[in-house]
Ligand binder design. Structure first.
Ligand SMILES: Cc1ncc(COP(=O)(O)O)c(C=O)c1O
Length: 353
């Protein structure tokens, strides 16, 4: 059988070394061996988020960490502003409404990034939180988090970011960029199976937990905080996924985080230039905010056939998401992806008309 090339937007390829790390005996999540590993992983994640704040490990997909952010830092009726630029930023807005927050959506044209000035027009002294997705995986657009952090400097509003498809592939600097909550998950640029999510809170966000009145139990972060002191979690964590994440972090730090970012830049650039040579274009309206962990390729009316045609040649990419599912397909360059994988993708694409 021909070897498949996975260029998915998550879950992504799990490197052989990471798979091997899971091929081992089980350990108790209350054992010293577990606690030592927990400590190493939390330290590693702090480097990925570039923060001095603690990073908490949740057994859930990324959406669980989004719920944790809401449930712990907000109260019924709190006003939050959400620039909506695609499926995942919309999901956060809907989730906040489900938790009875008052959501002000700032609609952004699909394919555009959130404009800081336009969004800030909606942020007032009543705004408890501004939620900005780092990398909108449905449209392949990256927001300028640094600019949002700067715009909110000195204000009481919390800046929350979903970096599910960013962290580990795109630069993020939680402390320097003044971000109050960063969350992510294991199955994208962090090269591990789905099942773990990560969340970090600034002092300002911890302060907000003191007055939050939303119901919380599984994702009660103050409970997690107590257990983190002994390098444990309140409930049974996905221990095998922890084995995986530890090894994936080892691989990332061996390559060097800056080199990893550079590889993501180069890979996505090769995709962008390659698809343009073949007569396609990217969906984002401007290269300057085109995602560097995935490329949304604009192929009006042909996207689904292309995904199928690539799969027949052993190249696995992802379909687009509504409402652009017929016109866009997505090529993941996050995590364990190298030039030869992109060469194979472009060659296969060139054979499809
Ligand atoms: C930007 C973004 N946010 C949130 C999610 C949801 O994450 P999960 O599927 O791990 O719950 C995804 C998943 O693709 C995503 O890309």
């Amino acid at each position: 059988m021909k070897k498949e090339v996975l260029l998915m937007v998550g879950p992504t390829t799990v490197p052989e070394r990471v798979l091997q790390a899971m091929n081992r005996k089980s350990i108790s999540h209350r054992s010293k061996e577990y606690c030592d590993m927990h400590q190493r992983i939390r330290e590693g994640l702090k480097k990925i988020f570039r923060t001095q704040n603690e990073v908490f490990i949740l057994t859930s997909s990324g959406t669980g960490a989004m719920e944790a952010a809401l449930q712990n830092c907000f109260s019924v009726g709190d006003e939050v502003v959400v620039p909506v630029l695609g499926t995942f930023s919309e999901q956060f807005a809907s989730m906040a409404e489900a938790h009875k927050l008052k959501v002000i959506r700032v609609e952004v044209d699909l394919g555009e990034a959130a404009d800081v000035d336009k969004v800030m027009e909606h942020v007032t002294e009543n705004t408890k939180g501004l939620f900005v997705v780092h990398n909108e995986s449905s449209t392949g657009v990256t927001n300028d988090l640094k600019a949002f952090g700067k715009a909110l400097e000195g204000s009481d509003t919390l800046l929350i970011t979903d970096s599910v498809s960013g962290a580990g592939g795109l630069e993020i600097r939680m402390d320097e960029w003044n971000i109050d909550i960063v969350l992510s998950s294991s199955q994208k640029a962090l090269m591990a199976p789905a099942g773990l999510a990560f969340i970090s809170l600034s002092d300002k966000a911890w302060k907000a937990t003191e007055s939050s009145n939303l119901p919380k139990f599984y994702f009660d972060l103050n409970k997690s905080r107590k257990f983190q002191e002994i390098n444990q979690t309140p409930n049974t964590p996905a221990v095998y996924n922890m084995f995986a994440v530890e090894e994936a972090l080892n691989i990332i730090f061996e390559e060097g985080l800056d080199n990893v970012y550079k590889r993501h830049m180069e890979n996505s650039q090769q995709v962008i230039e390659g698809i343009r040579k073949l007569g396609y274009d990217i969906f984002p309206k401007d290269d300057k905010y085109a995602s560097r962990t995935l490329t949304a390729v604009y192929a009006p009316g042909k996207a689904k056939d292309i995904v199928k045609g690539l799969a027949e040649q052993g190249i696995i990419v992802n379909a687009g998401l509504p409402p652009i599912a017929d016109d866009v397909f997505r090529v993941g360059t996050m995590g364990y992806v190298y030039k030869e994988d992109i060469d194979a993708f472009l060659e296969a694409l060139s054979k499809i008309n």
